[in-house]
Design a protein. Structure first.
Length: 343
């Protein structure tokens, strides 16, 4: 019978799992390293060479994921709670749209959490948020860890699930978790007065079990904050798929490769007033980043050789071109020597 366990924390080259009520420190087997197998927090690992005394083991395989996201590096989560601050740092709609599009791309359910609601002075901002994102079907909650606003709503959302928090540094992710469970004492920092941005306090992704006020449980992943992610991993003609309000008009465009920016007979441009300006501006920005990616691909003009191949649904490490050529030369020399000896 295989010993499986979920990776709940990664630190340096060590992977931590719960097994039989104990925490085991694991390392990757050499075969996984050669295959350049990445391990994410939330992965289900198959363990070998388990040492009960030292509580150490090796990870020999990662089971198939139901979902994953490379940044933050999490897997097998049921939802991504995108935390934004109303103020301090100021709400950045472009950054919020980046997180949302990332969830759309990796098919992970997003929840929009607008924190520090106690600092809101402009009701027009709340109206804009609701008018922009509610019609798209996204779940929206407003919270304040300071004034305990919306904490019951947050508990209801995470109850019985594995949820990951993501967002810029300083938006209050760790503070919200501390509010849910004051005994955790996760480290938090104040916003820098000079840059009006948060500083990194969470250094790694970790699954944190929570006992909620109603006695039920939840698992939440606190993640390091990051402020910029370029859409340089897809083509310009694919970006519209990440924006539901643009995608619904795309099929009516005259041209299949329409970018919905300056083209004629474009259904998106014909309905541009129905699309929030901030969302369309984010779309244009992401298309430009994707264009840079496409240009980079065209300049490279050649395919990078993989260091593994798929055989019978398994990854097999390949010898690189240099070593493969060397092996062939040695083989030829050996054959030549045998022929000379026979003569």
């Amino acid at each position: 019978m295989e010993n499986t366990a979920q990776v709940f924390k990664i630190h340096s080259d060590f992977y931590y799992v719960h097994l039989d009520g104990k925490i085991f420190e694991c390392k990757l087997k050499d075969t996984l390293k050669k295959q350049q197998q990445e391990v994410f927090t939330g992965d289900i690992a198959i363990l070998e060479e388990i040492n009960l005394n030292s509580q150490q083991a090796f990870i020999s395989q990662i089971q198939e994921r139901k979902n994953f996201m490379p940044r933050p590096k999490v897997a097998n989560v049921e939802q991504m709670i995108i935390v934004s601050s109303i103020k301090e740092p100021p709400l950045d709609f472009n950054q919020l749209d980046r997180y949302l599009c990332l969830c759309e791309y990796y098919k992970i359910k997003p929840i929009l959490c607008f924190n520090k609601n106690d600092l809101i002075k402009d009701s027009n901002l709340i109206t804009h948020i609701l008018n922009t994102y509610k019609p798209l079907g996204y779940k929206i909650i407003f919270t304040s860890a300071t004034d305990k606003i919306g904490i019951d709503d947050l508990e209801e959302i995470i109850e019985g699930k594995i949820s990951a928090l993501c967002g810029m540094s300083g938006v209050g992710k760790s503070t919200l978790i501390n509010t849910l469970n004051p005994n955790l004492h996760l480290k938090t920092n104040k916003i820098s007065e000079k840059t009006n941005r948060g500083t990194h306090t969470t250094r790694h992704c970790e699954i944190i079990p929570l006992k909620l006020q109603n006695g039920k449980t939840a698992n939440i992943i606190d993640t390091p904050g990051f402020s910029y992610l370029k859409f340089d991993f897809l083509l310009p003609t694919e970006v519209y798929k990440l924006f539901p309000e643009i995608a619904k008009y795309n099929k009516y465009c005259k041209f299949n490769d329409c970018l919905h920016i300056t083209e004629s007979c474009c259904s998106v441009l014909d309905n541009i007033k129905k699309i929030p300006q901030s969302r369309y501006q984010s779309y244009i920005t992401f298309v430009e980043e994707a264009r840079e990616y496409k240009e980079k691909l065209s300049q490279q003009g050649h395919k990078k050789e993989d260091n593994f191949k798929i055989l019978n649904d398994k990854k097999i490490t390949k010898i690189n071109t240099k070593h493969r050529e060397k092996s062939r030369n040695v083989e030829k020399q050996t054959i030549k020597m045998k022929e000379d000896t026979n003569e």
